[in-house]
Ligand binder design. Structure first.
Ligand code: NAP
Length: 270
């Protein structure tokens, strides 16, 4: 079964703009119940009012690290039918580690907290809920937002590339956890998917957009491609492990055909 065919209710953490907003809009248009979160209350209210029914919204800053667990449980308790969760937040900054004036400790901590630490805590908070759905024999999915830069680092964004490499490792490790679960239903029904984007036209680059540099993929083009892949079933009858678009597809393929192949050979597939 594909991811989109099995989603009944999806929580998209970080859906006030960009890719998260577009996934929310498209899945809602397919009749799914969509729960959106983000820090910007006005964007949440706007989207909730526009989409009308089958939508709920929560203002939530995931970098309030000591509240991640309680906020996550508040949402899954209010929406126990949530069978898919997509973790979207992330940002990248230009800095040079040889020139400390290009950054601050606080900025680096904020980037790591948003892109990695909070995502680990979110994963700890949400995976048991999804596993309990899967244990009942129902399909459940957990989606993480990766980047082509997590596979082929660009030193202009040295913190960001490291955080996105971490997200890829997390996705692989989570699949290994699922494959070792004692409950066969969890093994069969719980999918972990990494969505791997190339440079796409969103607010992501608002601080460093360069009209003379490489241009981003139009948002619509990315979404068409990503949604088409989310509607596919893998060779083993399960959803694909990764959904990668444009140059990210090539970069992911380099990993899958080398490290991924090796891991399969030594019985550590993830
Ligand atoms: N666009 C690209 O070129 C590209 C390429 C590869 C990967 N990605 C990844 O795609 C993801 C989405 O980025 P985007 O391009 O759609 O940019 P975006 O428009 O800036 O979207 C980021 C989303 O994350 C939310 N968010 C950020 N920090 C948050 C926090 N502390 N707590 C809660 N929500 C937070 C934002 O909501 P609020 O501001 O309302 O909190 C917003 O909804 C990121 O993980 C990014 O790294 C983007």
């Amino acid at each position: 079964m594909s991811i989109t065919s099995t989603i009944k209710t999806i929580l998209i953490v970080g859906a006030t703009s960009g890719l998260g907003e577009q996934f929310a809009r498209r899945l809602h248009a397919m009749g799914k119940k969509v729960i959106i979160t983000g820090r910007r209350a006005e964007r949440l209210s706007f989207l909730k009012a526009e989409l009308g029914t089958k939508i709920d919204a929560y203002q939530w800053d995931i970098t309030d690290l000591d509240k991640v667990s309680s906020r996550a449980s508040e949402i899954t308790t209010a929406h126990p039918d949530t069978n898919s969760i997509f973790i979207m937040p992330g940002f990248g900054s230009i800095l040079n580690f040889l020139d400390p004036s290009t950054s601050t400790d606080a900025k680096i901590i904020a980037e790591c907290n948003t892109n990695v630490t909070a995502q680990m805590l979110l994963t700890r908070a949400f995976m048991p809920h999804l596993a309990s759905v899967a244990a009942k024999g129902l399909p459940a999915s957990y989606l993480l937002m990766g980047s082509g830069m997590g596979f082929v680092p660009n030193g202009t964004f040295p913190v960001y590339v490291a955080t996105k490499a971490a997200i890829h490792a997390l996705a692989v490790a989570l699949r290994q956890n699922v494959s070792k679960d004692k409950n066969q239903n969890v093994k069969n029904n719980l999918s972990v998917v990494e969505v791997v984007a190339p440079y796409v036209a969103t607010d992501f680059d608002k601080e460093f957009r360069n009209p003379a540099g490489p241009q981003p993929m139009p948002l619509e083009e990315f979404m068409e491609n990503a949604m088409a892949q989310l509607a596919l079933m893998g060779e083993d009858g399960k959803p694909p492990k990764e959904v990668a678009v444009g140059s990210a597809q090539l970069r992911l393929g380099l990993w899958r055909n080398s490290v991924g192949k090796y891991m399969k050979e030594v019985g550590m597939e993830g």
